[in-house]
Write a protein that binds this ligand. Structure first.
Ligand SMILES: Cc1ncc(COP(=O)(O)O)c(C=O)c1O
Length: 401
């Protein structure tokens, strides 16, 4: 059996058609496959590799920490300097009320922790989330994702959860003094990069404040520069009560976090104590890697270039097959007529050495979320290849047009 066959037999499968590329090395924006092919990575591990693959500062931090210690104790008992350093670094880059960082293993675990914290703080049970939002795949996170197709097979789900229309002022009437928290993405990622209006975000913040509801912003995809500012919420002039981070947070290693004010977070330490327990949350290697990636992002002034790069790519990608588009920073969604068209284009892109895919709740739309360190020359190359694929589609299926 070759590697691919062993993968299909012994690595649990959740997709009838996994990409099944065998990658042997990843560096910068390039993935190197076992068969000698190379790919420009326009996915970045789904907005994880914002600083590219194998950044030297991240690798050095991992090396140094691995020689000091790996796991030594469950979360929260020992003073582990990678956690301490990273929590302080994050707090220094966030508004004053986001000063206490609970590190988890994953984004979904951060969602779970935030739900529990909101229930403890407000002593309420109602949870509100939005249609077409993605928050993770554990039983609690699944309960709040905004798509019935993905939820339905796993009922019963959490009780007292309601889903509202995103970016709709009428929806806000459903937030009441029974609501513990509202979960919202700062830009809806899997809906196909859908930013709400500034006015709506401000109204959402206001409604949460007046009803005593905690506003939880999921920045697991939007964080770390993706949308053109370090944190997505900066563009709306609001501050959440709880901030969720993940993906790029670990610099390529697994890490999530929910972040709130110390006064709220303290509720997890009493009645019962150990209000959220995790063995590996805040793993020293992950914190060391994430902190190094963030430091490099700041030193290399990566975020400052995101908007210019995103605008450039957007301007290069003009084609009659593209029926709609949406962008936030260096994050694009291109809509075609059907999933089948999109899939044909994605497959041809992969054959031509560009790795991309579609969005969970927008399968007719192509995802472009490259490492933020991609250069303008690389963006021009990618755009030329993508346009050549669209021309090819047109010649093959719409010859008269
Ligand atoms: C916006 C958002 N929230 C939460 C999650 C869940 O994170 P994880 O897969 O690390 O559990 C994801 C993952 O794709 C996400 O995109």
């Amino acid at each position: 059996m070759n590697q691919r066959e062993i993968f299909l037999r012994h690595v649990a499968q959740t997709s009838p058609a996994p990409l099944a590329l065998e990658i042997t090395k990843a560096s910068g924006v390039t993935l190197y496959a076992a068969d000698g092919k190379t790919y420009t990575d326009l996915i970045g591990g789904i907005s994880v590799a914002n600083m590219g693959h194998g950044h030297p500062a991240v690798l050095a931090a991992i090396r140094a920490q691995s020689e000091a210690y790996l796991h030594i104790m469950v979360y929260g008992e020992f003073v582990e300097s990678p956690q301490v350093r990273y929590a302080q670094q994050l707090a220094s880059l966030l508004p004053a009320s986001l000063n206490s960082v609970y590190f988890t293993n994953s984004g979904a675990e951060a969602v779970e922790g935030a739900m529990k914290l909101a229930k403890r703080v407000t002593r309420r049970t109602g949870i509100i989330a939005f249609n077409n939002s993605y928050h993770g795949s554990t039983q609690g996170a699944l309960s709040i994702i905004g798509d019935e197709y993905w939820r339905n097979a796993y009922r019963p789900l959490l009780p007292d959860v309601s889903h509202l229309e995103y970016n709709s002022f009428a929806s806000l009437d459903s937030i009441t003094d029974r609501t513990a928290c509202v979960f919202a993405e700062t830009v809806q990622a899997e809906a196909g990069v859908k930013p709400p209006s500034v006015e709506w975000m401000k109204a959402l913040r206001e409604k949460c404040t007046t009803t005593g509801t905690l506003l939880v912003l999921d920045e697991i995809q939007t964080g770390f520069g993706r949308t053109g500012t370090l944190w997505g919420f900066e563009q709306y002039g609001i501050v959440p009560d709880i901030l969720l981070l993940g993906k790029a947070l670990g610099g390529g290693l697994p890490l999530g976090a929910f972040i709130a004010d110390r006064a709220l977070m303290g509720m997890l330490a009493e009645n019962p104590v150990l209000g959220h327990i995790t063995t590996f949350g805040g793993h020293p290697l992950s914190c060391a890697a994430g902190s190094a990636a963030l430091q490099a992002m700041l030193e290399e002034k990566v975020v400052e270039q995101v908007e210019t790069k995103g605008r450039l790519l957007d301007s290069l990608l003009s084609h009659p097959l593209i029926l709609g588009r949406s962008r936030a920073g260096l994050w694009l969604s291109l809509r075609f007529d059907t999933f089948e068209t999109n899939k044909w284009i994605i497959d041809r892109c992969i054959a031509k050495g560009i790795l991309t895919d579609w969005f969970l709740f927008a399968s007719d739309s192509l995802r472009i979320s490259p490492p933020l360190i991609i250069t303008e020359a690389q963006l021009r190359e990618v755009a030329a290849t993508l346009l050549s694929v669209l021309d090819e589609y047109q010649r093959e299926f719409l010859p008269g047009k």
